[in-house]
Design a protein around this ligand. Sequence first.
Ligand SMILES: Cc1cc2nc3c(=O)[nH]c(=O)nc-3n(C[C@H](O)[C@H](O)[C@H](O)COP(=O)(O)OP(=O)(O)OC[C@H]3O[C@@H](n4cnc5c(N)ncnc54)[C@H](O)[C@@H]3O)c2cc1C
Length: 295
Amino acid sequence: MKTLIIENIDLKKIGELKTVSRYFCELPDIIALGEGDIPGNYGKAWQSSQTLPPNLVPSIVQLAKLENYEVILLSVSTLGTGLAGPLSAALSAPVVTEVTAIHSDMVIERPIYGGKAIIKQKIESTPVVLTIRRKYFEPEVLEGHTSSIPLNTESEKVQLISEKNEQTDGVPLEDAPVVVSGGRGIGNADNFSLLQTLADQLNGAVGASRGAVDEGWASPTRQIGQTGKIVAPSVYFAVGVSGASQHLAGIANSKCVVAINKDEEANIFNRARFGLVCDYQKIIPQLTQAIKENR
Ligand SMILES: Cc1cc2nc3c(=O)[nH]c(=O)nc-3n(C[C@H](O)[C@H](O)[C@H](O)COP(=O)(O)OP(=O)(O)OC[C@H]3O[C@@H](n4cnc5c(N)ncnc54)[C@H](O)[C@@H]3O)c2cc1C
């Protein structure tokens, strides 16, 4: 099937979409956004420094019609989500969002009800627009580069006035191998420093539940869950987090969940591989010290 990847120039993001494209075709085409070489091999490649969805839509639609793409692949990201709806409308194509698995015969899986259930859907018509959840597909190792044709993006419906990058110390949350998350049970903003010390020992990042964010103890950029970030670390520590379904929706693909909660009935223990029923203030310093001594 004729497949088009649309993504920023980013090895991992493009690598994941390239893996997904293998379910549909041997060699996809790509529209790569941003500056720099396009990593990997493609049938045809277009490039644009424009990254704002409203300015990209008209030219992508024109190209998609001209090239008769059957599958358009995007990541679940600001860019992908911003493009998926307008492309679907303009191309009269169904859109399937948050895809987490693909089977033969165009059957895909995606979470529903905030991650409480997984639905299998069969795609019966093309073109189709798919947004793919990050970290569910092993990124293909991209070798070499493909030369590109400039994508003609004349219309400037939206202008970027300024950009403020999120300030993160250390590893970005989404890429961290270990995430230590705090919930309302942490009690106050200062106590998050205990979690930061543990995360630092493990080369990890600190996340938060919405409970903690609503209290003003953690930045909204740290929120994990249905309305926050989706993470999939090797180890996820949920500290003073009750385990509401909206929080669990953000950690569904985490490999090992360690829950620390003083309430043995807390729902987080249903998701955890390891659970500690105790006051986190007693265990976190000890755990941090033990890791320090055993490094
Ligand atoms: C539309 C919608 C979207 C939402 N999106 C999100 C989302 O993206 N992410 C998210 O997280 N939530 C989200 N929520 C909110 C969610 O429903 C919960 O309210 C929230 O996750 C609760 O946060 P919490 O677990 O930190 O707090 P609580 O539910 O108050 O739990 C605190 C936990 O800390 C434990 N505790 C207390 N003291 C200690 C201690 N000293 N040591 C150890 N444990 C202790 C308690 O036993 C309790 O289990 C959403 C809700 C809605 C309606």
